[in-house]
Design a protein around this ligand. Structure first.
Ligand code: G1P
Ligand code: ZN
Length: 543
């Protein structure tokens, strides 16, 4: 074996964000860039000598090349084994499961999630730790520190093995086990939802369309929904992972999954529509003529989770990210379990899940998951929905409406302003922060502010604190507006504005969210002076 030590330069400013490091693909492809970052990760996590590491990604452009480099670097850094998905594929939840099941030291997950792929798209790399979840802040801080003074990286000169066949080989003394990326995941799902009950649902004529968006979930969804549950062939569309996702954004929202949304609101709608994102951790669920808001989906799954096969013991607690609507809190209160409000990003759920304080958690950004892994899990959410539908014998619309009748409806929307010039966005946000203490008592667009703060979180398990997690504005009449700058964009800054209002009266549960929220939308715009400062007249994406 021949280990090369290659001289390199620090890569300043490459701080891993809420989901690892995300950059333009061309940046990752710069000579030595990926290598330098991977070496910083390896050192930041305390080295990989004699460790087993899981490696896989969402199949986007550069996935296979990057995996080859990572394997050669793991071998050079003394890892004992790499467990790799066939063809380099692993959905993010499947990678999380594999790390846990194999008791691996951690894993490299290659993905830029729902961002577009391809040579001119985005690429990303994340390290997950032994619990299967994204590296917590102390670890990402250590990785970041290494990027600042790194001087060399190690790589073996032997080529990485072919990943197209399921087999075990050796790379310069490190075992490389290529595994079926789907099998372990299917086995896990079989324990969590009732495959027999769902098969009967499909056999009775239940029709579904699952849009895998030409991303990594295709093989998983086909194997389970069509293969095991007997849904009609063709139920899963765009089921083959493509390096550029067919030129689309693999993001299951009304803009990028427009065809699915149109179908579900047409006369030809099947009983259920669903989609997942690039790396398979996000999901959207639609019924005939209704799209389930992700915040509602979290609340609904929580309220019904005891019906699903693997959750008969019921709920321990529920966690939601701060910008997610308060619908989940109502379920927690009624069930008499703890409800947690965490900063944006799945990593904040890890400690709560590890400590057994919560069963289910979710984010407004189409993410839901449970204690089965330490990532959100798109296909899991869809399967639990199916299990609940089969158990209740009701349509999605009926289930959603009866939930609102019981708990009230939290009208909700998120407005994104994308690719704002960074300096301008930073200034807007700094000024908003500075104004917080003066906001209470002030009126905007007919609403009066009761309180406002910059969300800070203290982890109840390890006591660590995270400040400046987003500005929250509460109005005297119960509405809420939240402002955040995205941590996952790769072009300029993205301002996210989250708006919600609670409506207890079932007679008012069928209104248009944008109309119900018109006042709080206008108030938010005035508070942060969004139009005035950015010149934008409308958000780029409304979800
Ligand atoms: C976005 C979502 C957030 C999610 C993250 C990773 O982050 O808003 O909920 O955890 O992607 O999927 P943001 O761009 O807002 O920082
Ligand atoms: Zn994702």
């Amino acid at each position: 074996m021949s280990i090369e030590t290659v001289t390199t330069q620090p890569i300043a400013g490459q701080k891993p964000g809420t989901s690892g490091l995300r950059k333009k693909t061309t940046v990752f492809m710069r000579p030595g860039y990926l290598e330098t970052y991977v070496q910083a990760v390896i050192e930041g996590v305390g080295g990989v000598e004699d460790r087993e590491i899981v490696v896989g990604g969402d199949g986007r452009f550069f996935n296979d090349t990057a995996i080859g480099i990572i394997l050669r670097m793991l071998a050079a850094n003394g890892a004992s084994k790499a467990i790799v998905g066939q063809n380099g594929l692993l959905s993010t939840p499947a990678a999380s499961n594999l790390i846990r099941k194999r008791r691996a030291f951690g894993g490299f997950v290659l993905s830029a999630s729902h961002n577009p792929g391809g040579e001119h798209g985005d690429f990303g790399l994340k390290f997950n730790v032994a619990n299967g979840g994204p590296a917590p802040e102390p670890v990402t801080d250590a990785i970041f520190a290494r990027t600042l003074d790194i001087a060399s990286y190690k790589i073996v000169s032997e080529p990485a093995p072919d990943l197209s066949e399921i087999r075990t080989s050796s790379l310069a003394g490190m075992t490389v086990e290529v595994i079926d990326p789907v099998a372990d995941y299917v086995a896990m799902m079989e324990g969590l939802v009732d495959f027999d009950r769902i098969s009967k649902l499909f056999a009775s004529g239940f029709a579904m369309r699952f849009d895998a968006m030409s991303a990594v979930t295709g093989p998983y969804a086909k194997a389970i929904i069509e293969g095991r549950l007997g849904a009609r062939p063709g139920t899963v569309i765009n089921g083959t992972p493509l390096p550029d996702f067919g030129g689309h954004h693999p993001d299951p929202n009304p803009v990028h999954a427009a065809k699915l949304f149109a179908l579900m609101f047409s006369g030809a709608a099947p009983d259920m529509g669903a989609a997942s994102d690039g790396d398979g951790d996000r999901n959207i669920v639609l019924g005939r003529g209704i799209s389930v808001a992700p915040s509602d989906s979290l609340a609904l799954l929580a309220a019904n989770i005891h019906l699903a096969k693997g959750y008969k013991a019921g709920l321990k607690g529920i966690a939601r990210s701060m910008p997610t609507s308060r619908a989940a809190d109502r379920v927690a209160a009624k069930a008499g379990v703890e409800g947690f409000e965490t900063p944006t990003g799945w990593k904040f759920f890890g400690n709560l899940l590890d400590a057994g304080r919560v069963t289910i958690c979710g984010e407004e950004s189409a993410g839901t998951g449970s204690d089965h892994v330490r990532e959100k899990d798109g296909l899991w959410a869809v399967l639990v929905w199916l299990d609940i539908i089969a158990a209740r014998g009701e349509s999605i619309a009926e289930i959603v409406k009866s939930h609102w009748a019981t708990y009230g409806r939290d009208y909700y929307t998120r407005h994104d302003y994308e690719a704002i010039e960074s300096g301008l966005a930073d200034k807007l946000f700094a000024d908003l922060r500075d104004s917080i203490q003066d906001l209470p008592g002030k009126g905007f667009a007919g609403l009066t502010i009761e309180t406002a703060d910059d969300f800070a979180y203290t982890d109840p398990i390890d006591g660590s604190t995270s400040a400046k997690q987003g500005v929250r504005v509460f109005f005297t009449t119960g509405e809420r507006a939240v402002f955040r700058l995205s941590g996952t964009g790769t072009e300029g800054a993205t301002l996210r504005v989250y708006l919600e209002a609670f409506e207890p009266d079932p007679a008012r549960h069928d209104l248009e969210p944008q109309q119900v929220l018109a006042k709080v939308i206008a108030a938010a715009d005035a508070i942060a002076q969004i139009r005035e400062r950015t010149g934008r007249t409308a958000p780029d994406v409304v979800t």
